[in-house]
Design a protein around this ligand. Structure first.
Ligand code: ADP
Length: 256
């Protein structure tokens, strides 16, 4: 049932995309490679799920397997903050408070990144959309590019999320993340990959986490319902070991 409606909605997405652009680019859009099936290309994967559900971990696995870039809006924003740009300075206030960065700051940063050549074949989107308005903006953007996305929801029970978030530690050098309860590094508080001391992100503090989970319920849930209503949402059980989540994800992405 669900498979059939997803197929139909992906077809409709492509059809609308071809109607929305000029004839020359429509030709390329009409036959994206993964539709022809010559190569196993997955195109765009949108990873949805509450904070702490393991979107970054699954992104890393997908990128290793399919050689498409990870576009993490959290990382894009943190990069702006690190570089001290005007956008970064403005975004920082919201991020520290565990609030969503306004679309007027977020969308230009994302659009700019998605227009880079390495995104032409597809990409993994982690952390966007987070609101209904962002889901609609993304549809417009992807239709323009002729890329019907796989919309994946990583589902994790709320009670587990809190521990997942408060226990999270990240490597400031390579961005790899760990969890002191569920996925500790081999040596206490040191990154397995490069030995750097792990840190807790400022937005992983307890009161901020409560606010982030709250924001997810209020803001992101409507975006999820938007996809579900259209039969485009693919649910993956995120409450299992990362390799099992990855396996389930691969199977579901491979089916049309
Ligand atoms: P997590 O997925 O654990 O919440 P992220 O790294 O994705 O963490 O995001 C960190 C912060 O960056 C968010 O709390 C929010 O302030 C901001 N942010 C990330 N993505 C978006 C987005 N799509 N829209 C608005 N703000 C965002």
């Amino acid at each position: 049932m669900q498979r059939e409606s997803r197929k139909v909605s992906r077809r409709r997405f492509l059809k609308e995309a071809t109607g929305a652009v000029g004839a020359a680019s429509a030709l390329t859009i009409l036959k994206p490679r993964w539709v022809r099936g010559a190569e196993k290309e997955i195109g765009v994967v949108v990873l949805l799920g509450p904070p702490g559900a393991g979107k970054s971990e699954q992104s890393r696995r997908l990128t290793a397997r399919h050689s498409i870039p990870i576009i993490s809006t959290g990382d894009l924003l943190r990069d702006q903050v690190r570089r001290g740009t005007q956008l970064g300075l403005q975004a920082d206030t919201y991020m520290k408070a565990g609030q969503l960065v306004p679309d007027s700051l977020m969308n230009p940063i994302l659009e700019d990144r998605l227009s880079q050549p390495d995104c032409a074949r597809g990409f993994i989107l982690d952390g966007y959309p987070r609101t209904l308005a962002q889901a609609e903006s993304l549809d417009v953007l992807l239709k323009r590019q002729g890329l019907p996305p796989h919309i994946i929801l990583l589902e994790v029970p709320t009670e587990r999320l809190f521990k997942l978030l408060t226990g999270r530690r990240v490597c400031p050098r390579c961005n790899r993340s760990y969890n002191i309860y569920f996925q500790p590094p081999q040596k206490e508080n040191l990154c397995d990959a490069d030995g750097t001391t792990l840190v807790q992100r400022p937005d992983d503090k307890e009161e901020v986490i409560r606010r982030r989970l709250d924001t997810y319920q209020k803001e992101t849930q409507p975006a999820i319902e938007y996809y579900a209503r259209q039969g485009r949402l693919v649910r993956v059980n995120g409450n299992q070991p990362p390799e099992k989540v990855a396996a389930e994800l691969e199977v579901k992405i491979a089916s049309p």
